[in-house]
Design a protein around this ligand. Sequence first.
Ligand SMILES: Cc1cc2nc3c(=O)[nH]c(=O)nc-3n(C[C@H](O)[C@H](O)[C@H](O)COP(=O)(O)OP(=O)(O)OC[C@H]3O[C@@H](n4cnc5c(N)ncnc54)[C@H](O)[C@@H]3O)c2cc1C
Length: 262
Amino acid sequence: MKTFNYHLAKDIKEAKKLASPSSTFLAGGMTTIPSMKLGLGTYKDIIDIKEIKKLSGIKVIGKILKIGATTKHVEVANSKEVRKSIPSLAVLAEGIGDPQVRNRGTIGGSIANNDPSADYPSACIALNASINTSNNRKIDAENFFRGLFETALKKGEIIESIEFEIPLKSNYQKLPNPASRYAVVGVYVAKYKSGTNVGVTGAKPCVYNDKDLANELSKNFSPSAIDGVKILFSGMNSDIHASANYRANMVKVLAKKAVEAC
Ligand SMILES: Cc1cc2nc3c(=O)[nH]c(=O)nc-3n(C[C@H](O)[C@H](O)[C@H](O)COP(=O)(O)OP(=O)(O)OC[C@H]3O[C@@H](n4cnc5c(N)ncnc54)[C@H](O)[C@@H]3O)c2cc1C
C-alpha cells in the first residue's frame, strides 16, 4: 500500500509553503499517478494545484497567447483564442494521448515533466515561449528544457503560465507512437518576420531547435530549401520504436511536411 499526505492547495502561496524535498505537485496526475503506481516515484506529500484559479485560463494579449499552467489539453484543443491565434497549437493538443489523457493532463504538467517524446516542448521552442513561474522568473524555452526529464525549475517552483509569441505561420507534424500517441519524432515549424524556428521532439534525449533547418528556412521558406541539410543521427534516440538513423530521416521528412502544410 502506498501512503502519502494529500493537500488541496487553495492558492500559490499555500502550495509553495507545503513544498518540500519529499513532495510533488499534482496537476492532471497523468504522469505522477502512473509513476507512483509503478513505484518510480514515492512522495510524502502530494500537493494538488488544479483548483488554484490563477493557474488556468487562456488569453491573447497583443502578439502573445498566454495559457495558464493547469489548462487541460482538451481546453487548448477547443479554445477559440488558440484556434484563431495559433491553430497548430490546438491541433497539437488534439493529438495528445487519448480522451482520458486530454481531459486531465495539463500544459504545465507536460512542460514540467519534459518527457523527451512530449509534444508541447517542441511548440515552446518553435513559438519563442516564455515560462512564468511562482519565483517571479520568466524563463525562455531555450533555457528551460535542460535535458532528459530535466528543466530549469527549482524545487518547489510552480509554473504559472506559458506565453507563446504568435507566429505568421506554423505547423506541427508528428509520427505518433501507435499505442500512447507520444511523438516518436515531432517537428514544430514556426515562421516569424525575424526568421524561422524548428522545434524537434522525440528525436534526442531533450527537445531542441534544429538550427541548420531553421537557418535554411529563414532564408527561403519552402520544403526544397532543406534538401541539402544533413541531419546527423549521432546523439539521436534509438529504441524498439525507431533507430537513430530512422529518427534522423524523419526529422527532415516531418519538417518538409510542416513547411508544406504552412
Ligand atoms: C497513456 C498516456 C498517453 C500520453 N500521450 C501523450 C502524448 O501523446 N503526447 C504528450 O505530449 N503527452 C502525452 N502524455 C502525457 C500527458 O499529456 C500529460 O501532460 C503529462 O502526463 C503531465 O501532465 P499532468 O498535468 O498530468 O501532470 P502531473 O502528472 O500532475 O505532473 C507531472 C509532473 O509535473 C509537475 N508539475 C505539474 N504541474 C506543474 C506546475 N504547474 N508547475 C511545476 N510543476 C508541475 C509535477 O510535480 C510532476 O512532477 C500521455 C500520458 C499518458 C498517461
